[in-house]
Design a binder for this molecule. Structure first.
Ligand SMILES: *[C@@H]1O[C@H](CO)[C@@H](O)[C@H](O)[C@H]1NC(C)=O
Ligand SMILES: *[C@@H]1O[C@H](CO)[C@@H](O)[C@H](O)[C@H]1NC(C)=O
Ligand SMILES: *[C@@H]1O[C@H](CO)[C@@H](O)[C@H](O)[C@H]1NC(C)=O
Ligand SMILES: [Zn+2]
Length: 285
């Protein structure tokens, strides 16, 4: 009975969240936060554990989609999940692109990453009863470093990051944005990992420490505390080279698209996890 109700509630929650989700889906964020938490320094792990709400049970992954759930309550936060770049230009520039639809500067996912990084730097500093809620800052930062790694979160302006491009994912009607938020990950989980997200996390974690271990060092590099502009530039390039490429209104996407894009999604998830950890390790020294 409780079990059934739980599913009913979960289902209703999903109904409300998914159609408007402007981020990796729940699994994408979960994967990135779980990968990150495994790589925290002792000091950062301690700070994260202090800042997490009690109901998270010290599992950053469990609250990694919090920022999507509060988008309506905190309406001001909804432009902070993405960046719109000029159509077909395939580059990103902070000053040109990091603004909301009203043209207000800094209101994009790169500006938000800088913002919440700065707030978290006041953690543990004497006489800094911070004016901000640092629990929220941690949850926003963890979510946004995930979002900026979803290629279509740095997409074109007129199609709203491919939210207006209707396609079929195999037989299902979807928009292209959602294919990258959810479908590629879900289909991979079903086909290769027994529908078990933990197995996908283990496979990514294993590759980070083996075939990607050299590259992972380079992913972490950042001369400041946070480097969202680097990630956004990679994002629009991947959007042009892989996400938008070969797709038009009404395209049917199946094995050809799925199998060739899956490595890109795996790479972005791994980079997101490694970079979230590196950023938190630089913040909490
Ligand atoms: C910075 O964080 C504060 C507190 O959450 C928020 O009110 C503000 O809109 C944020 N600005 C940006 C650009 O993220
Ligand atoms: C900080 O934010 C969290 C999540 O919104 C909330 O549960 C908590 O009560 C807030 N803390 C303070 C001191 O306002
Ligand atoms: C891990 O690396 C191997 C070898 O390059 C690759 O075949 C596999 O798809 C990768 N798995 C993930 C989840 O990235
Ligand atoms: Zn989001």
């Amino acid at each position: 009975m409780e079990f059934r109700n739980f599913h009913k509630i979960a289902f209703i929650t999903l109904l409300f969240c998914v159609p408007f989700a402007y981020g990796w889906g729940i699994d994408g964020h979960l994967i990135i936060c779980r990968l990150a938490q495994l790589r925290l320094s002792e000091t950062a792990a301690e700070a994260v554990s202090q800042l997490l709400p009690a109901y998270a049970n010290n599992d950053l992954g469990s609250v990694c989609s919090w920022a999507d759930r509060v988008k309506f309550r905190y309406h001001w936060s909804s432009p902070l999940h993405y960046i719109d770049t000029p159509d077909n230009v395939c580059t990103y520039e902070y000053n040109r692109d990091c603004k909301d639809e009203d043209g207000i500067q800094d209101r994009c996912v790169a500006g938000a990453i800088n913002n919440y990084t700065t707030q978290l730097l006041s953690y543990g500093k004497a006489n800094s009863a911070s004016q901000y809620n640092l629990t929220e800052a941690l949850l926003f930062l963890s979510h946004f470093i995930g979002d900026i790694h979803q290629p279509l979160h740095v997409g074109f302006t007129s199609d709203r990051g491919a939210n207006t491009i209707d396609v079929r994912w195999y037989r299902r009607k979807e928009v292209l944005h959602h294919v990258w938020d959810n479908n590629i990950i879900e289909t991979a989980e079903q086909r290769f990992y027994d529908s078990n997200v933990d197995e996908l996390i283990d496979a990514l974690q294993k590759n980070i420490t083996t075939v990607w271990s050299k590259q992972a060092k380079a992913w972490e590099a950042c001369s400041k505390t946070a480097c969202p502009d680097v990630y956004a530039s990679e994002g629009i390039k991947a959007a042009c080279d892989w996400a938008y490429k070969g797709v038009k209104e009404g395209s049917v996407l199946q094995d050809n698209y799925f199998l060739s894009r899956r490595p890109v999604v795996n790479l972005r998830l791994a980079q997101g996890g490694v970079r979230l950890a590196a950023t938190l390790n630089r913040i909490f020294r």
